[in-house]
Design a binder for this molecule. Sequence first.
Ligand SMILES: Cc1cc2nc3c(=O)[nH]c(=O)nc-3n(C[C@H](O)[C@H](O)[C@H](O)COP(=O)(O)OP(=O)(O)OC[C@H]3O[C@@H](n4cnc5c(N)ncnc54)[C@H](O)[C@@H]3O)c2cc1C
Ligand code: SF4
Length: 508
Amino acid sequence: MRNLILILGDQLDSDNPALTGSDSTSDGIVMIEAAGESTHVWNHQARIVLFLSAMRHYAETLRSRDLPLHYLALDDAAETTLAARLRGVIAQCRPEKLIVCEPGEYRLQQDIEQVCRESAIALEVRGDSHFLCSREAFAAWAKDRRELRMEFFYREMRRRQDVMMEDGQPAGGRWNFDTDNRAGFTKTGPGPLPRPPQFAPDAITRDVIALVSGRFSQHPGELDDFHWPVTRADALRALDDFVEHRLPRFGQHQDAMWTGMPFGWHSLLAAALNLKLLNPREVIAAAVAAWRKGHAPLAATEGFIRQILGWREFIRGVYWLDMPGLLEANHFGHDRALPAWYWTGDTQMTCMREAIGQTLKHGYAHHIQRLMVTGNFALLAGIKPQAVHEWYLAVYVDAVEWVELPNTAGMALYANGGRFTSKPYIASGAYIKRMSNYCSSCSYDVKLKTGAKACPFNTLYWYFLDRHEQQLARNPRTVLMARNVSRLSTAERDAIRASARNILETLG
Ligand SMILES: Cc1cc2nc3c(=O)[nH]c(=O)nc-3n(C[C@H](O)[C@H](O)[C@H](O)COP(=O)(O)OP(=O)(O)OC[C@H]3O[C@@H](n4cnc5c(N)ncnc54)[C@H](O)[C@@H]3O)c2cc1C
Ligand code: SF4
């Protein structure tokens, strides 16, 4: 064999660069299901199903293109790691070279390099053309910048890619429509909600569901409601449905939360994008076309484009720039274990119960639930970043390390000391009250900051300010927080510390 082409589980684009120039007479393709990939963090069952089912559907398309394929299904093979199974295929096929598109995870890239070294074969890692900004282009942009700020990267990407630009200026004369977006709901709530499409499991997905429910039955999460797109055709339908029914109100309610509202007007496209069933270019083009024909307002469209062209590309750039150090980052030296109820949702806090509950049911929570509810709590409670990272990587269907880790360690936990955020994203219960109806049905009182009935977010927020007062006073973006805490009397501080200790002791 000349070339063995490795297609990883999150590289399911039909024009995967590793396939370019392949020759069916001399090359082979390998796809590997490895139990280790489902167990290296305690994966949600829906995440395992999504990856395996999407891989098996993709393999069908390769077979129909007559490309010689070695598909290693999950079985009882002694080797459970991807590296061990790959080593076995290489020993069997004896290729001259392994070709792979840039993996989405540093650990896998290291493993693959090691297997090739040990097997004494050449390795060609091809750039991932799925992304609009290559790793190298991002590193060049970041070089010599004291601070990495998404906003400046995003503006450059808009210009470079000519997205929503008019005569060299951003459409509507502004780069940012955040002030028009991100409102909460009135007391009457969201009103009638759009119903995202449900993709009923076909025979392949049903087989995988049976496999996962048997083999990974102890893993968290439910499978009864598995409805995610696992093929390109379904992913395209999901995109059309979003643009038609939810994009027009996407921005307005982007940050709002409500009991029993898992999805709101969000796109639910991250999983399909991260598996590469969708290309960001076509997602951007569909949104821009809807705006051009007057179907979606400018603010909503800009708010959405900012996520795909801005945040998604930026976060990937940061990941490859800062690995492997990002995995160990722990700016505040936090070392508390993750409370067990992060895996069950069994807590009296309505906001946490809702965010975790829908995560276990669907493998999904929207950005503000991840950042300002579960992430905010983890930061305020001083939970070890590595434990939080493993939770986020495990429980979301869209989780892949290149996007999950910078969001968790960098954005939610400030574990990298503000490498790309100007201040820690911390908030008391007042923020959650403003953006949701959670507090009205909670056992805790969002108006109190100390005592047994006090909202834990309030107590822990003030305790955080108390602990980090000096550091916060040095940052112009947090100096006001430091000033607020400096006004507390000794008695108030003592009460906060005592209440916080009570909460933290019960976390287990
Ligand atoms: C702690 C934490 C962990 C996260 N883990 C992941 C993860 O594992 N995988 C993941 O794809 N996203 C992650 N995000 C980012 C974001 O929350 C999800 O992309 C989003 O909630 C997915 O839902 P959606 O597809 O409905 O997105 P929408 O709200 O509809 O947004 C549209 C798209 O923009 C992109 N996007 C939006 N925000 C971000 C962001 N901050 N970083 C990168 N891309 C973004 C996604 O591709 C998303 O599909 C995380 C955020 C936080 C705070
Ligand atoms: S009162 Fe506090 S714990 Fe309860 S829902 Fe509101 S913010 Fe969450």
